[in-house]
Ligand binder design. Structure first.
Ligand SMILES: Nc1ncnc2c1ncn2[C@@H]1O[C@H](COP(=O)(O)OP(=O)(O)OP(=O)(O)O)[C@@H](O)[C@H]1O
Ligand SMILES: [Mg+2]
Length: 386
């Protein structure tokens, strides 16, 4: 397989940052594209092209500077994705994954329609053009409580999700195009991160168990092993692999799954990129999801994903008012956990500022170590972040 030396990355947040760091270790050059004046990835990229996710001129400059273009975010402007699809057709520069995949997945209604069309299990849903259309359907009794409203585009970290349990929840419906799906009573949420190479080879990390912050629906913790029976773990991986193969995806993909009381697995969400649920691979495996993504899109052989041992990741969320954020070191007294701090200039309520990873002899011990890491960050930031 030939490898491609310069990788262009659309987006430059924390996911881009760890992609760039992985690129350095692999001897690959990275070029990021962003309109953020101080993005987390800037210090780790070889070059920064200024331009937002809708900026066609910046996308052209990125294509001119790279052998392969990839993404750390899916909410890229449609004209930019259409331009990249043309680039991919001409074959001068590889775009991985295919822009057509992002055109489908960036919109949750299109994503779920794709799942249904491919016979992949997901909660039933109805798309709505706007809140007025949704209200009319609700007046006609379309959705018994509880149900979940999701914005079709641009949602992240639970910000585009509204769970309605009764009439008071009708006061704060989300604006714009949306979908409504049945609330899925689940016993667990699982994540499967996997990579698919150019030749279709698949390597999946062990499934992780995901825990969410109850009020915000934002990821709090990821735990591996997930404590599943071997049969269930196999089914989760098989579902994820079937999905990414059906997409003809190249690169790392992350699936969020619901496990129901009857041991059914439903796909909640597909991300065509590295993902928060895969951050613990920085500790848990020889090849992190970031290195694996670059290997896949650069045409290199995929790396080892064998689990080294129980590992826990905790997100560090800002809980205070909007204010300048301090720099938190990678190690703090009182904890053996590894602190990954994204160096965002400003803390805002519920913003992801970093994460903590810890390994342990058992998941419980790893969780205790990670909790000690979060507590050390809380002390260091005078209660603003943990
Ligand atoms: N149909 C549902 N039934 C029950 N809970 C749900 C449902 N849909 C979403 N949730 C809850 O809300 C969380 C966030 O939903 P979802 O993953 O669709 O949104 P998101 O904002 O894109 O999340 P993220 O970007 O953090 O992955 C889910 O992980 C789950 O805890
Ligand atoms: Mg999600």
């Amino acid at each position: 397989m030939s490898d491609s030396r310069t990788i262009g990355i659309i987006g430059a947040g924390q996911l881009g940052r760890y992609l760039c760091e992985a690129g350095q270790a692999l001897g690959l050059r990275t070029v990021i594209m962003t309109d953020d004046p101080s993005p987390p990835a800037a210090a780790f990229a070889d070059r920064v092209i200024a331009g937002g996710l809708e900026d066609l001129a910046a996308a052209r400059a990125l294509v001119a500077a790279c052998d392969v273009v990839t993404f750390e975010i899916e909410s890229v402007g449609v004209p930019v994705l259409e331009y990249l699809a043309e680039v991919e057709q001409t074959g001068t520069v590889a775009v991985r994954p295919r822009p057509g995949i992002l055109l489908t997945l960036r919109n949750k209604a299109l994503q779920k329609a794709w799942l249904v069309a491919h016979g992949l299990p997901t909660a039933p849903f109805v798309p709505y053009a706007d809140t007025a259309a949704l209200r009319a359907a609700l007046d006609a009794g379309a959705h018994p409580y509880p149900w979940v409203q999701k914005t079709q585009v641009g949602g992240y970290d639970g910000r585009g999700v509204h769970i309605a349990r009764g009439t008071p929840d009708l006061e704060n419906l989300l604006p714009g195009p949306c979908l409504v799906e049945a609330f899925v009573p689940h016993v667990a949420e699982l994540g499967v991160v996997l990579a698919r190479a150019v030749d279709g080879t698949l390597k999946s990390y062990d499934p992780v168990r995901l825990h969410f912050e109850a009020s915000q629906h934002i990821l709090d913790a990821a735990v591996v092993p997930a404590g599943l029976s071997p049969e269930l773990a196999r089914r989760a991986v098989e579902l994820a692999e079937r999905t990414v193969t059906a997409l003809d995806g190249v690169g790392v993909f992350a699936l969020e799954l619901f496990l129901t009381e009857r041991d059914e697995l439903l796909v909640n969400e597909i991300s065509p990129r590295v993902h928060n649920s895969g951050h613990l691979t920085l500790e848990s495996c020889a090849t992190s999801q970031f290195a694996q993504h670059l290997r896949a899109v650069a045409g290199l052989a995929l790396g080892d994903v064998t689990l080294k041992g129980p590992t826990v990741m905790r997100n560090l969320l800002w809980r205070g008012d909007t204010s300048p954020a301090p720099a938190v070191p990678a190690r703090l007294p009182g904890s053996g956990a590894h602190i990954y701090w994204y160096d965002k200039a400003e803390g805002r309520l519920w913003r992801k500022m970093g994460h903590v990873t810890a390994r342990g002899a058992t998941p419980v011990l790893a969780a205790a170590e990670a909790e000690a890491g979060c507590a050390a960050v809380r002390d260091f930031t005078a209660g603003a972040c943990w």
